[in-house]
Design a protein around this ligand. Structure first.
Ligand code: ADP
Length: 457
């Protein structure tokens, strides 16, 4: 159901209930009030009759004559003895004679529905001229009041209908006015979806706060999507570009081998070496691309837990020392210090920094692990070629390499540090770099320390 229809339906139903309730209260209050007033008048009349009957008794005037004098324009006066037998009955209409209330010496008043007619009646005890206590009952036909009630009923019913129609129409106008900008917004959003372009929604000063917030949220989402899309495009372009060079080299060398390989041994050797190098490069590149894709994907096995940092790093350095045949010095102040990391991704992260240190230096590499108040500090320092100051800010950008020509020799892809940054973010680790050209580079990692460790020490 549309929001507008829903609002209209709810408000109309609520108004119907409220208006009907109010009208019922008005109708019944008026009816009650009118009948009570009429009964009050009848009581007064009864009191007068009692007074006159007393006087009549004193003056030896017939009680019946007094009653005749007090006859109603449309009603019935009856006096009954204690056995219910009528002593006097005076009615303006013969059919009233069937009105029959039991004998009672107490004074009361009530309304009576009798043969389709409506009456109000009062009952009083009276002392008759023979000295007996009888029951005087006065009935009054109140059809005129019921006529008024009927008219009131119609007035209320018609006014209810008019109110409802007006409210329904007003509701429609107001709902449309409120929802118009929302519908406009939906149209714009749909258009954006249809054209597959990242169209921003223009905001008007007249827009309500909610609408502006909705437009802002939509625009922000569009911007994010656009950036994401552009990044992806750039990534694909860079990756294809990176792969294009080795493929071109492989392709031209294979052409050369095809033509001269059988006759010239030197060409064959050169070709095979080049193809082997480039294949290695491509392998490295695809591996990097794969790990990049893996980092950006949600991994269910990822779990941050207290880990012995020294032990974990020692494993990585030992592995790399064998692979690269290089010396990596490891220093630490507390071998048991616990850091809060995910083992696999942290292992990968340390490997990237050590890989780079091996690639861009030839001297000893040193790794230092220090326990700080809230963190564990890990420093990976090399005495290599260093990074020029103007490049330091870019080295974490995907495919960024300081020296592209040399990177081909070292086999770099420019993806390592961007992967490292993502892994560090996942593990809540901050990275800091200091470097001087031809002196060396130091990467400082700050890892969350497990405080409990301090207590157990
Ligand atoms: P690559 O695969 O090219 O090494 P990275 O993203 O790991 O890509 O590094 C980006 C660039 O930062 C490298 O091309 C290199 O120029 C520079 N760099 C990274 N680590 C070091 C280091 N330890 N010493 C000198 N330069 C480094």
């Amino acid at each position: 159901m549309k929001l507008g229809t829903k609002i209209q339906l709810y408000t109309t139903v609520m108004t119907v209930i409220v208006v009907i309730l109010i009208n019922l209260v008005v109708y019944y209050s008026y009816k009650n009030f009118s009948l009570n007033a009429e009964m009050g008048q009848l009581e007064n009349r009864g009191a007068n009759i009692m007074e006159e009957l007393q006087k009549a008794n004193a003056n030896n005037v017939s009680s019946e004559a007094v009653l005749q004098a007090f006859l109603l324009s449309d009603g019935y006066v009856k006096v009954i003895d204690n056995e219910g037998n009528p002593v006097v009955r005076i009615a303006t209409e013969s059919e009233y004679a069937s009105l029959d209330e039991p004998y009672s010496t107490s004074q009361y008043k009530k309304t009576i529905s009798h043969e389709g007619m409506e009456f109000v009646m009062v009952s009083l005890p009276v002392i008759w001229d023979d000295g007996q206590v009888y029951n005087l009952q006065i009935y009054e036909n109140v059809y005129f009041l019921y006529d008024t009630f009927e008219v009131l009923k119609w007035i209320l019913a018609v006014s209810t209908l008019i109110i409802l129609t007006v409210i329904f129409l007003l509701n429609r106008i107001i709902t449309n006015a409120i929802l118009k900008p929302v519908n406009k917004l939906i149209d714009k959003m749909k258009k954006t979806d249809d054209t597959s372009k990242y169209t921003m929604i223009e905001m008007n000063r007249k827009d309500t706060k909610e609408l502006r917030e909705l437009s802002e949220a939509f625009n922000e989402m569009m911007m994010d999507l656009k950036t994401h899309d552009e990044n992806q495009q750039a990534f694909i372009m860079n990756a294809s570009h990176e792969l294009k060079t080795p493929i071109t080299v492989i392709s031209s060398y294979s052409q050369m081998i095809k033509r001269f390989g059988k006759t010239r041994e030197d060409v064959l050797d050169e070709g095979i070496n080049a193809i082997s190098d480039e294949t290695e490069r491509m392998k490295y590149l695809t591996e990097q691309l794969l790990s990049f894709a893996k980092v950006n994907r949600e991994d269910e096995t990822f779990q941050v837990e207290p880990i012995r940092i020294v032990k974990l790093i020692r494993n990585v350095t030992a592995r790399l020392e064998t692979v690269y045949g290089r010396r990596i010095e490891l220093a630490f102040d507390n071998g048991e210090v616990l850091g809060l990391v995910d083992v696999d991704t942290f292992d990968q992260l340390i490997k990237i920094f050590l890989d780079n240190a091996c690639k861009y230096s030839s001297d000893t590499i040193s790794v230092n692990i220090r326990e700080l108040e809230n963190n564990v500090g890990v420093t990976i320092a090399d005495k290599g070629i260093g990074i020029p100051e103007e490049d330091i800010g870019h080295i974490f950008t995907r495919f960024y390499r300081v020296d592209k020509a040399r990177a081909r020799e070292t086999g770099g892809s420019g993806l390592g540090l961007s992967i490292a940054q993502e892994l560090a973010d996942l593990n809540d680790i901050s990275i800091d770099v200091t470097s001087r050209v031809n002196v060396g580079t130091t990467f400082n990692l700050s890892i969350k320390k497990v405080k409990k460790n301090e207590e157990t020490e």
